[in-house]
Design a protein around this ligand. Structure first.
Ligand code: GDP
Ligand code: MG
Length: 440
């Protein structure tokens, strides 16, 4: 399907003007792509209707490149519904800030409590987790384990603080947080397998008791078409201030995101991308939009790729790798190219499956390039072509010449070797080469 969509956009791209039937054809493909991504039908309908309307409007017909504009409209509308700019957590003026988690059983609430706790702690906060799920056997223990992994205190029910009554536990936890000066309280709650009146009442009661600054509705990205009924039920039953999409590491294209955001009007704030406590990040509407439409390569193709990357250079390097001829000169050149491609981060964000690289780019340090340049430039041409020559005394000489240390020279050579190895692997798989950023 994605191929078909790509094809549709390609065809559009080569045309000067858009006719209504062009627009209809495109809209049909978008509808298909959305349904394929498990976006709820009612959301698909309203979405495609507004895209069609905008695409047929004067805005597009008078445009220089109408096809590009249709792509842009689709993307803009998606990003718009997904929340435009991402929203940050609201912190209380007077601590503690109370964050309550709600959602079905298995949605990922307890795991999220640990992730949020760890993330907040890293950010200088003093979070505390509260075990207010007294429904599921071992739920308290599970939170304790997660809390320990995150290095965050867990408030668990004990005799005297509300055993058996999640509302009391939550209330007592807030008191304890005030006394012990925790600045954020994350309240884990019970979920059921399906929407359930009893469960909603309990969650609503906890909400009333703790008066949270944020109520985060956690939903499994794989939930598919059920996203709408579940989200509606939680909005009516408890209401929430934000959404967390979990299990985005799975196959789901993320249609649930569009459905929930569109139906509830609440921003998606975080994305959970694995079982580990670090598999978690603020939600990026633009990346999600591309993932839903599977548009990554198309958008980058149209908007950025050509200008950002010098194709001839890239091809020459690819050939070298294929013949096992990748040298430190090439390494340096690629790093410089990377810097030139300042917008590459955004482009990678759109590429489905490029998560690892995105993270690598997030850690990418401009000064690192400068240091690397200095070191490589202190090498003789021969050394650059044949890094194997770099013995101890040569490394010392290079370090002196570059005003760095042998350790740094060693680290660079290691990175180069890793990059060369990695590039050889990816060259076979056809993934874009990004050397110089450490292991990917
Ligand atoms: P809760 O019932 O809402 O508290 O859900 P849990 O936090 O207990 O999570 C249910 C299961 O999903 C556990 O096995 C978690 O390890 C797993 N899980 C949670 N978040 C993610 C995620 O983002 N990705 C993946 N792959 N698994 C997750
Ligand atoms: Mg749980």
């Amino acid at each position: 399907l994605s191929d078909r969509l790509t094809e549709t956009f390609r065809n559009l791209r080569s045309k000067g003007r858009l006719t209504p039937s062009d627009v209809d054809g495109t809209v049909r493909e978008i509808r298909r792509a959305l349904l394929d991504a498990d976006v709820a039908l009612e959301v698909v309908k309203s979405f495609t209707a507004s895209v069609r309307e905008r695409a047929l409007s004067d805005e597009v017909n008078k445009a220089l490149n109408p096809a590009q504009q249709v792509v842009q409209i689709v993307n803009e509308e998606l990003v718009g519904i997904l929340g435009g700019q991402q929203r940050r957590l609201e912190f209380a003026k007077r601590p503690p800030t109370v964050i309550m988690l709600a959602g079905l059983q298995g949605a990922g609430k307890t795991t999220l409590a640990g992730k949020l706790g760890k993330w907040l702690k890293k950010d200088g906060h003093t979070p505390m987790l509260v075990a207010a799920d007294l429904q599921r056997p071992n739920a308290v223990q599970q939170l304790q384990v997660v809390g320990e992994q995150a290095g965050v205190h867990v408030f668990a029910p004990e005799p005297g603080n509300g055993v058996g009554d999640p509302v009391k536990v939550a209330k007592n936890a807030i008191k304890a947080a005030v006394d012990q000066q925790y600045d954020t309280v994350i309240v884990d709650t019970a979920g059921r397998l399906g929407v359930d009146a009893e469960l909603m009442k309990q969650a609503a009661n906890i909400r009333k008791a703790v008066d949270p600054d944020e109520v985060l509705f956690v939903i499994d990205a794989m939930i598919g078409q059920d996203a709408v009924t579940t989200a509606r039920a939680f909005q009516e039953g408890v209401d929430f201030t934000g959404v967390v999409l979990s299990k985005l590491d799975g196959d789901a294209r993320g249609g649930a995101a569009l459905s929930v955001a569109s139906i509830t009007g609440r921003p998606i704030m975080f994305a959970s991308t694995g079982e580990g406590l670090d598999d978690f990040e603020p939600f990026h509407p633009d990346r999600m939009a591309s993932r839903i439409l599977d548009l990554g390569d198309i958008l980058s193709l149209i908007e950025q790729a050509q200008s950002a990357f010098d194709e001839d250079e890239a091809r020459a390097v690819a050939e070298k790798i294929a013949t096992d001829n990748f040298t430190l000169n090439d390494f340096l050149q690629q790093m410089q190219q990377l810097r030139k491609a300042g917008s590459i981060k955004g482009m990678l964000g759109m590429l489905p499956g490029a998560k690892g690289m995105r993270e690598a780019l997030d850690n990418f340090d401009e000064r690192e390039i400068v240091r690397t340049e200095a070191i490589i430039q202190s090498m003789t041409p021969q050394e650059r072509e044949l890094p194997k020559l770099l013995n101890g005394s040569r490394r010392l000489r290079i370090a002196r010449g570059a005003g760095s240390t042998v350790t740094e020279v060693n680290a660079l050579v290691n990175r180069f070797e890793q990059a060369a190895k990695m590039m050889k692997t990816v060259a076979r798989g056809g993934v874009p080469q990004m050397p110089g950023m450490g292991p990917i």
